[in-house]
Ligand binder design. Structure first.
Ligand SMILES: Cc1cc2nc3c(=O)[nH]c(=O)nc-3n(C[C@H](O)[C@H](O)[C@H](O)COP(=O)(O)OP(=O)(O)OC[C@H]3O[C@@H](n4cnc5c(N)ncnc54)[C@H](O)[C@@H]3O)c2cc1C
Length: 412
């Protein structure tokens, strides 16, 4: 414990998971007893789920980011640097500058690393020669530029081997593009192709059935077990490798939407906190580290074996915060995460399938209707309501009791 007598909590990463933990902790009844530090190198926080809509021309990219200084509560110490190493045996982390930050409790929410360079020929060509991607703030507008200017040829949308954040995003932008081509009279000249490294279109059968039917009805050429390994930007050719037999083949494209390979951040993967796959090894129910009881993790960098989404973070948040409180007070950890995750599958302008499911891939739907059907109401939810819930509820914590049931708050 710090000399001030306060419990020192260090949060690594100020994305969806880190900022939601910060805003929750900042509103604890026992807040005065905490000394909270956030370590985050970025000047901005990004609402990544909205990049699908930016790529589809529905918002300018600027609405998806806000300066960290507007979001971090004044009472929280912000170390505007990257963490380089963890020393969980001695309860400290080291920043890239070599500074040491000690803690009593640690929360790791460092997200996923994007491995653009694993695709030969891609670095330096993103945003050029018909190559685009919704997976970064810098490239997301190139998606819209390509969609609105394409008149003929093949538009290819790729999906890498896991891990991946928002496994639905690579196909959502495909449906928007296909819809746009159709509405603008060029669909007949454009082949729409989905090249997926996975074995199927979606992990949950109920939604997979609906999506396969949509692809068939809209003449989308879906092929599975093919991963993108190289691009020849000048020639507009993409090379794919079969994930099972290693066969390679090359396809020409007019537009190529790339979802890059991803992995656990290197500084996490090389630390004592990691499991074999490189993720922070936590209990799948409690979110507590399996070897270091004062370490917790949520979101994409955690080993929680569910679909990596902001919606999953929202469900993990109260579990982590309640269990962290119990750990600090020497009580038994009682909260359990059931693997809830959600994917708002935009299937066109004005249409959306809202997939919600748990660890067992059983649907866990919120609304009293069949969410595997395309609906305008769910599209409006994604476009207009979820951003408010995200910024005000999750990141600013304005509706904290709404996010965390009253009964949980009483426990503090
Ligand atoms: C195109 C796209 C569409 C998506 N659509 C949806 C959707 O519709 N619904 C949904 O629920 N989710 C969606 N997601 C996924 C969602 O954005 C992520 O799952 C979520 O942001 C994960 O939160 P996180 O805190 O784990 O990681 P992030 O939000 O990525 O935050 C990680 C943070 O860690 C920081 N960091 C990195 N390295 C270090 C370091 N060395 N030291 C300290 N900090 C570090 C980063 O700067 C970053 O701020 C989408 C994502 C993308 C890219």
């Amino acid at each position: 414990m710090a000399t001030s007598g306060k419990q020192r909590i260090v949060v690594v990463g100020g994305g969806t998971g880190g900022m939601s933990v910060i805003s929750a902790l900042n509103q604890w009844p026992g807040r005065e007893g905490l000394d909270i530090t956030l370590i985050e190198p970025s000047e901005y926080h990004y609402y990544q789920p909205q990049w699908t809509m930016v790529g589809g021309g529905l918002f300018p990219r600027e609405v998806t980011r806000r300066p960290m200084t507007d979001l971090i509560p004044a009472s929280v110490n912000w170390v505007n640097k990257a963490v380089a190493e963890f020393a969980p045996g001695e309860n400290y982390v080291t920043t890239v500058d070599g500074d040491r930050v000690d803690y009593d409790y640690l929360v790791v929410a460092a997200g996923l690393k994007l491995d653009w360079d694993k695709i030969e020929g891609l670095p330096g060509n993103l945003g050029k020669h018909g190559i685009c991607s919704n997976y970064s703030y810098d490239s997301v507008e190139s998606t819209w530029e390509n969609i609105r200017s394409l008149r003929e040829g093949t538009a290819i949308f790729t999906f890498p081997p896991p891990p991946i954040k928002c496994a639905g995003a690579p196909q959502k932008i495909m449906y928007l593009a296909e819809d746009y081509f159709r509405r603008h009279g060029v669909r007949g000249n454009i082949k729409v192709a989905y090249r997926c490294a996975g074995d199927g279109i979606f992990a949950v059968k109920k939604y997979a059935d609906a999506l396969n039917a949509i692809c068939a009805a809209r003449d989308i050429d879906t092929q599975f077990a093919w991963k993108l390994v190289a691009v020849d930007a000048a020639a507009r050719e993409a090379t794919f490798e079969h994930t099972k037999n290693g066969e390679r083949r090359t396809e020409r494209y007019a537009m190529l939407h790339v979802t890059p390979p991803m992995s656990a951040p290197t500084f996490v993967a090389q630390s004592p906190l990691a499991n074999e796959a490189g993720f922070v090894e936590v209990d799948k129910g409690t979110t507590q580290h399996v070897r270091y009881a004062n370490v917790f993790s949520l979101g994409d960098a955690s080993s929680l074996p569910t679909s990596k989404t902001a919606a999953a973070v929202r469900a993990q948040l109260p579990v982590l915060v309640m269990n962290l409180a119990s750990q600090m007070e020497g009580r038994r950890l009682t909260e359990t995460y059931d693997g809830y995750s959600s994917c708002p599958l935009v299937t066109g302008y004005g249409r959306l399938i809202l997939a919600e499911f748990d660890y067992d891939l059983n649907p866990k739907e919120t609304f009293p209707f069949d969410q595997s059907k395309e609906r305008l109401s769910m599209y409006l939810l994604k476009k207009h309501v979820l951003p408010v819930i995200y910024w005000r509820g999750l990141i600013e914590g304005k509706q904290w009791p709404w996010l965390m049931p009253e009964s949980h708050l009483k426990a503090f």
